[in-house]
Design a protein around this ligand. Structure first.
Ligand SMILES: NC(=O)C1=CN([C@@H]2O[C@H](COP(=O)(O)OP(=O)(O)OC[C@H]3O[C@@H](n4cnc5c(N)ncnc54)[C@H](OP(=O)(O)O)[C@@H]3O)[C@@H](O)[C@H]2O)C=CC1
Ligand SMILES: CC[C@](O)(C(C)=O)C(=O)O
Ligand SMILES: [Mg+2]
Ligand SMILES: [Mg+2]
Length: 351
């Protein structure tokens, strides 16, 4: 464990976990998407007995088998397992849980990578079952890529229910087996993980950044600058700037850019992301905390995702996507380094 003098809370590392708390169990990984394929393969490589749970019709079934994993239906997988890792999309988890509930026995564990369905009351696990979470703070493909490179991905650990008295040590061993304890595992609650994760992806990581990029791109193009110039300035260089912050914090980035960029950025940054943006962020957090976002997302799915589909297609058809695809075609290295999920089909988007 890290020295708590340096941090506000303990951060668990490989030495804090006992691999036998997971290598003596069978884990059913339900879903073989972004997180599912990474957890299943990392667990398998760490010597854990894994069975992947998928619908018979699943396009991922052959992929999981080709990766050398045992595959069964979610019910069959849950019947064999001591730990069921719920890695299907948040919106389908309640119906998948209803299907597998009878297959889970007292003393088993139901584990999540995000707390949405527990926190907002969409799943109420049956008595006698441990309920835990290991939530990697990363897209799943990097959880796998980092593991293979001998590196780790930070994760959050939470215990919602501990019937066996072993919920935390088992979750920590799971985190170790998927490579997260190489980096660090922070203990939290389902509430804190859910609300901070939703806020982060909406206001900053996914929603905030894409809106900032599009607004910058559109401002340049509307003022007569070329799309190629605007793409390189507002999108391509974003990665290079963020990489510096990832490696060495804000300071390393500011040290690397010119003094002109540092002065202009410090002065104008707060003009662009002003008090009004902070008020908007607070409202976003309010909607997460009071359940308004969750209610809207659940209703959106029940209605067949009309707003999601419209926004999904508008985003994919934004001009920056077209110019970006053509420009990235010039980067010889991009194809080797970038491990992208194939574009979702219409049916998958509607799911
Ligand atoms: N994406 C990420 O990087 C992160 C995700 N999380 C959390 O991890 C969990 C999983 O998310 P994510 O990896 O994005 O999920 P994905 O959308 O990538 O999951 C797709 C997988 O789920 C399967 N699936 C979909 N519907 C069903 C169903 N009804 N029954 C059985 N299998 C089904 C799909 O198979 P099929 O071929 O049958 O459709 C596919 O294998 C969520 O709780 C999410 O919030 C947490 C951190 C980051
Ligand atoms: C940032 C999006 C995320 O929360 C993640 C990769 O951590 C997600 O839900 O996919
Ligand atoms: Mg997240
Ligand atoms: Mg998330």
């Amino acid at each position: 464990m890290t020295d708590t003098d340096d941090f506000t809370q303990p951060i668990y590392r490989d030495d804090d976990a006992d691999e036998r708390d997971i290598t003596n169990k069978t884990v059913a990984v339900l879903g073989y998407g972004s997180q599912g394929h990474a957890h299943a393969q990392n667990l398998d490589d760490s010597g854990v007995d894994v069975v992947v749970g998928l619908r018979k019709s699943s396009a991922s079934w052959d992929a999981a088998e080709a990766d050398g994993l045992d595959v069964a239906t979610p019910v069959e997988a849950a019947e064999q397992a001591d730990v069921v890792s719920m890695l299907v999309p948040d919106t389908v988890q309640p119906s998948v849980y209803a299907d597998i509930e009878d297959a889970i026995q007292p003393g088993d564990t139901l584990q999540f990578a995000h707390g949405f369905n527990i926190h907002y009351g969409q799943i109420d696990p049956k008595p006698g079952v441990d309920v835990t979470m290991i939530a990697p703070k990363s897209p799943g493909h990097l959880v796998r890529r980092n593991y293979e490179a001998g590196e780790g991905t930070p994760a959050l650990l939470a215990v919602h229910r501990d019937e066996t008295g072993e919920a935390k040590s088992e979750a920590l061993a799971y985190a170790q087996a998927i490579g997260c304890a190489r980096a660090g595992v922070l203990e939290t609650t389902f509430q804190e993980e859910t609300e901070s994760d939703l806020f982060g992806e909406q206001a900053v990581l996914c929603g905030g950044v894409t809106s900032l990029i599009k607004a910058g791109y559109e401002t340049l193009v509307e003022n007569g600058y070329s799309p190629e110039m605007a793409y390189f300035e507002c999108m391509n260089e974003m990665k290079l700037i963020v990489d510096l912050m990832y490696e060495g914090g804000l300071g390393e980035m500011w040290d690397s850019v010119s003094d002109t960029a540092e002065y202009g950025g410090l002065v104008e940054g707060d003009e662009v992301v002003d008090e009004h943006v902070r008020e908007n962020m607070q409202e976003t957090l309010d909607r997460v905390q009071n359940g308004e976002f969750a209610t809207r997302w659940i209703a959106e799915n029940q209605a067949g995702r009309p707003s999601f589909n419209q926004r999904h297609h508008a985003e994919r058809n934004h001009e920056i996507e077209d110019v970006g695809e053509r420009l990235r075609g010039l980067f010889a290295w991009a194809e080797q380094e970038t491990e992208r999920e194939p574009e979702k089909t219409e049916a998958e988007v509607r799911q």
